[in-house]
Design a protein around this ligand. Structure first.
Ligand SMILES: *[C@@H]1O[C@H](CO)[C@@H](O)[C@H](O)[C@H]1NC(C)=O
Ligand SMILES: *[C@@H]1O[C@H](CO)[C@@H](O)[C@H](O)[C@H]1NC(C)=O
Ligand SMILES: *[C@@H]1O[C@H](CO)[C@@H](O)[C@H](O)[C@H]1NC(C)=O
Length: 338
């Protein structure tokens, strides 16, 4: 319903040619079979699940955008979900949660803000970053705090952390700016200014550019990079940054193009491969460390997939968990690629 127009307008783009794969090199694998998603929970009534994060104990935190609610699902008993916290529902129907990142063990920064779900556009000035401490949950209620806001934020979306994990980066999908946000002091400053890899492309009905962001230092590299995708632009990029300040220190590199419409959040595994959700292409794309591109899952079960996160326990670290705009939580088993 929400994205009907977008699909009609942009469907042809979804089928645009994929980027050519480079020759496989270790640890690049060549198994091109699609992995079947396994659904472990269906939200009823259906909610737009915008993001998820894996706690150190393996439980999943799920951000709803339909209402500003944070849920917990334990993959060992996935039929049950627990509402951990409801953030201030300032404008019911508009207020919801966005990005989530761990800033210290079992403490998370979360984006709260108002979105028009039909136009998928944010309301300037409504966005803020909160922290929630779950160290003693459920024995104690979580400690929740509003830590930062900025009058220019129009659609604050993806979050990632810097060398000091209490200092994070957040991107504005509307205007293509990346901000450094100190979750202790509340200081906010611009680290990366918009360019045509971070802004939404012209002439599209929807205005969503940079979306998923991740700070990562590849093996054997002395340089730390900010990896990011562009939701409507369908490209995947990285820019070298100062690991402490997040400021850009070199030119942007194009890693892949035409990955599918709706590039949302992403995970980078220990081998340096990126696992990216393509919400409107209904797929998970893997971009290998040498930039080889493979669709690893494509299914109605991952329709409107918003985020992918790797399992953190020894029992499930080959799983890539996901959440979708259709209220589904599930995983794909990535063993063939690890
Ligand atoms: C390829 O991957 C699929 C899906 O994970 C798996 O079922 C299959 O066994 C793999 N084939 C090989 C040859 O590794
Ligand atoms: C959301 O956008 C639609 C389409 O422009 C509009 O009809 C609707 O009134 C908007 N909703 C709000 C709450 O602004
Ligand atoms: C982005 O901008 C640069 C210079 O500003 C230009 O050379 C390049 O072609 C642009 N790329 C796209 C995809 O528009």
């Amino acid at each position: 319903m929400i994205f009907g127009h977008l699909l009609k307008t942009l469907l042809p783009i979804i089928f645009a040619a994929r980027a050519a794969s480079s020759l496989p090199t270790w640890p690049q694998k060549t198994n091109t079979s699609l992995i079947n998603p396994v659904i472990i929970h269906q939200f009823e009534p259906v909610a737009w699940l915008e993001n998820l994060y894996v706690r150190p104990n393996g439980q999943l935190l799920i951000n709803s955008q339909s209402a500003p609610e944070l849920y917990l699902i334990d993959p060992t008993h996935p039929e049950k979900k627990v509402l951990i916290h409801e953030f201030p529902n300032t404008n019911p129907g508009l207020s919801g949660l966005g990005g989530i990142i761990e800033t210290s063990p079992d403490t998370y920064a979360i984006v709260l803000g108002d979105l028009n779900h039909t136009t998928v556009s944010g309301f300037k000035g409504t966005f803020s970053v909160w922290t929630i401490n779950l160290e003693n949950y459920p024995y104690e209620a979580p400690a929740v705090k509003k830590v930062a806001s900025h009058p220019d934020w129009t659609f604050l979306n993806g979050l990632t952390r810097l060398e000091d994990p209490t200092v994070i980066l957040g991107c504005d999908s509307f205007d293509g700016t990346v901000y450094r946000i100190d979750t202790i002091t509340g200081d906010v400053s611009v680290t990366i200014r918009p360019d045509n890899t971070t802004i939404p492309p012209n002439g599209q009905q929807f205005f969503i550019g940079i979306d998923g962001i991740r700070v990562f230092k590849p093996r054997h590299s002395k340089t730390t990079f900010l990896y990011y995708n562009n939701y409507v632009g369908q490209g995947y990029y990285r820019v070298p940054i100062d690991a402490y300040t997040g400021n850009s220190i070199g030119p942007v590199e194009v890693l892949a193009t035409n990955l599918g419409l709706g590039l949302d959040d992403l995970e980078i595994d220990a081998y340096g491969a990126s696992w990216i959700s393509a919400a409107h292409a209904n797929r998970i794309v893997r971009v290998g460390p040498e930039n080889a591109v493979n669709t690893v899952a494509e299914s109605p079960d991952v329709r409107f997939i918003t985020a992918v996160r790797q399992g953190r326990t020894c029992y499930d670290n080959s799983r890539f968990y996901f959440a979708t705009g259709q209220g589904k939580v599930g995983y794909i088993d990535g063993s063939a690629w690890l």
